[in-house]
Design a protein around this ligand. Structure first.
Ligand SMILES: [Zn+2]
Length: 206
């Protein structure tokens, strides 16, 4: 009985969240005007993307990677790599800029925005840029320039992102990756996914 109650509660909660999500998506989808405008590189934004990592020289727990998100000629998101300061391994410049833009614009879809980043992004940030649907990326230092700059560091000088290995892992099917992975309880998990999709569909048709 208890379980049934919990399931019902979860059901109600998911319907409510589906409604909220649907409303949020509707209200906050990017304006289609501007989407097809030609991409215009503006040096001031790249200068800003490089100025942000300069602050890492005097800000403990940060690293010199910065990014800005630009919409219609205005900065709508800024980010600096703060992994150590925030104890968040995903705190990369591009990720922080995307989070900032998502919150400031109150939407997930950034397909009308561009990203300027101080360094060619790592696989995590390539994925985040793709997930956010950013329409264009401008980058300053290339990955090999970054490696060259950090070559002076001792092996334990920073918590390094193994960029090449990660790109290879991402491309490989799950059973051929270096990281061992096993599939368990797929049916149970599938049921949750299906239930959520049905609740969401019901919420959207209201
Ligand atoms: Zn990154």
């Amino acid at each position: 009985m208890m379980n049934l109650k919990i399931i019902r509660l979860i059901g109600v909660a998911s319907v409510l969240s589906a409604i909220w999500l649907a409303q949020a998506a509707e209200e906050a989808s990017p304006k289609t005007a501007g989407k097809n405008e030609p991409n215009m590189y503006q040096e001031k934004f790249m200068k800003r993307a490089i100025e942000i990592p300069r602050t890492a020289l005097t800000t403990p727990g940060t690293e010199p990677f910065g990014a800005v998100i630009v919409l219609n000629g205005k900065i709508v998101g800024e980010g600096l790599s703060r992994a150590l300061a925030t104890l968040d391994v995903t705190s990369h410049g591009e990720i922080e800029a995307i989070r900032d833009a998502n919150r400031r614009l109150k939407r997930l879809d950034l397909s009308d925005c561009e990203i300027y980043t101080s360094c060619e992004p790592c696989p995590l940030c390539v994925a985040a840029i793709g997930i956010a649907r950013l329409k264009k990326m401008y980058y300053a230092a290339a990955r090999d320039e970054c490696s060259k700059a950090f070559a002076a560091l001792p092996p334990n000088g920073r918590f390094e992102t193994k960029v090449d290995a990660l790109f290879a892992e991402e491309r490989a099917p799950v059973d051929r990756r270096k990281m061992p992975a096993e599939q368990k309880l797929s049916t149970e998990s599938f049921e949750v996914l299906k239930a959520w999709a049905l609740e969401r569909k019901a919420g959207l048709s209201k």
